[in-house]
Design a binder for this molecule. Structure first.
Ligand code: 6PG
Length: 259
């Protein structure tokens, strides 16, 4: 059931997730920036820190650009924000395809965040070694809090239903213990490192950002096909301890019937 919440967006709620459909990509990205401000300020007020796993790819770029603007960045207590990555291509951080480089250019160079708060995935080293190093970094960062759990995980959605670097029919989908694994997939140009479901699904808030008509078909499968995370890895994402939001623009949501 889609309820009209505000003239900017419509929201559908069920026990698993909230879907917000925005008229266009800028409206989607601005709402995501407002949610980032809300969650980060509340978390830092409560526990002096806010841990977020950033998505790669192109969709979140606009969000990161907005967070670098005075109207948003001046509301965020950056000294308490800890930036992680949901996945990374196995390339040096200076490589054009690096998710770290994308965030560095758009956001890190424009906000006052302590360097120790930037937890870059080591994509430049042997993938198995890089996965183990980052896995250990998560365990140390979240030590004493039970299972590692991010305050926010931002995710995109590939046209094949992948999210982070969890690709269809890939062994990484079956990982139940490790929080970070190397991924070698024919779907990807580079080997990858990715967070796995065990750590993604523990997040307090999971936010999917999906925009553009090229995502309409996969979104209709995500919402209207029987759940099968082997075929559609996004189906394996469940906010077991928190909230899951889908922020869509109207073009991406074009094939969604009444939710
Ligand atoms: C990556 C991302 C990946 C991305 C989807 C959607 O490293 O590429 O983590 O999962 O979110 O492929 O990418 P777009 O936002 O570019 O459509």
């Amino acid at each position: 059931m889609i309820e009209t919440e505000t003239k900017q967006s419509v929201t559908s709620k069920n026990h698993q997730s909230q879907v917000k459909i925005f008229p266009d990509f800028p409206a989607l990205s601005n709402e995501a920036a407002k949610l980032f401000v809300k969650l980060s300020t509340a978390s830092i007020k409560k526990k002096k820190s806010f841990s977020v796993a950033l998505a790669g790819g192109s969709t979140p770029r606009k969000l990161y650009q907005l967070l670098a603007l005075p109207e948003y960045k001046e509301q965020i207590p950056w000294s308490g924000v800890h930036l992680f990555w949901g996945d990374e291509r196995c390339v040096p951080p200076s490589h054009p395809d690096s998710n770290y480089r994308m965030v560095q250019e758009i956001l890190l160079t424009k906000v006052q965040i302590p360097s120790e708060n930037i937890h870059r995935m080591p994509g430049e080293i042997d993938p198995e070694k890089g996965a183990r190093i980052y896995d250990q970094e998560l365990r140390e960062f979240f030590a004493g809090e039970g299972a590692p759990h991010f305050d926010l995980v931002i995710l995109g959605l590939g046209k094949d239903g992948h999210t982070a670097s969890l690709f269809p029919s890939n062994p990484s989908l079956k990982e139940e213990d490790r929080f970070v694994v190397p991924v070698d997939s024919p779907e990807a140009k580079h080997k990858r490192l990715t967070l796995t479901y065990p750590v993604i699904n523990q997040a307090k808030t999971i936010l999917f950002l999906v925009a553009g008509e090229e995502k309409a078909e996969i979104l209709s499968q995500v919402f209207q096909k029987e759940k099968n995370s082997e075929l559609i890895p996004a189906h394996g994402v469940k906010a077991v301890n928190g909230e899951l939001y889908w922020f869509l623009d109207e073009r991406a949501a074009a094939l969604l019937k009444q939710l």
